[in-house]
Design a protein around this ligand. Structure first.
Ligand SMILES: *Cc1c(COP(=O)(O)O)cnc(C)c1O
Length: 352
């Protein structure tokens, strides 16, 4: 007789990935852009709905979007792979290069999905440890890459700690790693440098980008990878056929015409980040420097109590205090100037 069964026990599902979606006034917990996308882009997308052949499968090779992204980065169209959010890029990478006979390396604390998707694909995870400033010591890079990871994951700027990896660390990883080096640049536009500067189409360097954070398009689910052409060819074979729907392909292509507005948003968030960091430094026990659109800090005292007090005042930040290696830490996403003021005022009130 058929029966309900649990998922495979080698998945290591545990708690999984979840970020509470709460109904509060000021939401600074998931690093989304605080601003809606340009109104003209919304109009362009609405018009695109009318142009689509809704009874037909989408362009499987998403030729127009691929070409537009390639042009925007000055690379070849064969060096661009696009998916439903950068999380799906990561999943496709692990489906292609991970698995029970493979391992990946990463450096904790970092973006939880790297390890989570690795485990879902039965890929062994080699965990490196960051130092107290959340940098990657050379000795750890050596220890991790010495265990033959197929992929070595870096995250620059690193979520949830905020710092971009120095160029030297990416260069060292490329020199030491036996397989390929993946740099997750979900927050790349907020940082002073990008690993794309090292991309030449031959070096085994894979750079992941997303429309979710800088492009104000988290709802669209669109991310991509710049990688050597053979890697993109492998991923094209692994990903589900027709994975990018027609409207999404158009939405992404049309967004690239609004690059100027996107860059203005990045400038606003960077200047707000510097303001919030300076004010936080006077309030909190410890604040880590950030090259991203969020700031990690220790308020001092019981972070869980501080988090709840902020919620009670209508401000939601990310409570990282129960995560390994992040005890006492909260992470705040940079919002609009008003939202940042509300956060700072609520924190001042709480810590007074
Ligand atoms: C938010 C985030 C992502 C996920 O982006 P999507 O494109 O929305 O899937 C990937 N990597 C890091 C480091 C992130 O913080």
């Amino acid at each position: 007789m058929a029966t309900l069964i649990p998922p495979s026990d080698d998945l290591g599902l545990g708690e999984g990935y979840h970020s509470p979606q709460m109904d509060v006034k000021v939401r600074l917990n998931t690093n989304e852009s605080p601003l809606p996308p340009p109104a003209e882009w919304v109009e362009d997308v609405a018009a695109a709905v009318g142009r689509i052949d809704h009874n037909r499968y989408p362009d499987r090779g998403y030729v127009a979007l691929r070409a537009a992204l390639a042009a925007s980065h000055g690379v070849d169209a064969r060096e661009v792979f696009v998916a439903n959010g950068s999380n799906e890029v990561l999943q496709t990478l692990l489906l292609a290069y991970g698995g029970p006979t493979r391992a990946v390396g990463l450096f904790e604390p970092t973006y939880a999905l790297h390890g989570h998707i690795a485990r879902l694909t039965r890929t062994r995870v080699i965990v490196g440890e960051r130092d107290a400033d959340f940098g990657i010591p050379e000795i750890e890079l050596d220890r991790v890459t010495g265990q033959s990871p197929a992929l070595t994951f870096l995250c620059s700027p690193n979520n949830p700690t905020g710092r971009a990896e120095p160029r030297l660390v990416v260069e060292r990883a490329l020199a030491m790693a036996p397989g390929m080096v993946v740099v997750d640049e979900a927050y790349g536009q907020f940082a002073p440098w990008s690993a794309l500067e090292l991309f030449d189409g031959e070096t085994p360097l894979l750079v992941v980008r997303t429309f979710s954070k800088t492009w104000s398009m988290a709802a669209t689910r669109l991310g991509y990878l710049i990688a050597p052409a053979p890697v993109v060819a492998h991923l094209d074979q692994v990903v589900l056929p027709y994975h990018l729907d027609s409207l999404k392909q158009e939405a992404g292509r049309l967004a690239l015409a609004h690059r100027g507005e996107m860059e203005d948003r990045v400038k606003l968030i960077v200047s707000e980040r510097e303001r919030v960091a300076a004010e936080l430094a006077a309030l909190a026990a410890r604040v880590w420097p950030s090259d991203a659109s969020f700031i990690l800090f220790q308020p001092g005292g019981d972070a869980r109590v501080v988090w709840q007090a902020l919620v009670d005042q209508g401000v939601l930040v990310r409570d990282c205090s129960s995560w390994p290696r992040l005890s006492g830490c909260l992470r705040v996403t940079i919002g609009t100037p008003d939202e940042n003021d509300a956060f700072l005022a609520a924190l001042k009130e709480t810590l007074a």
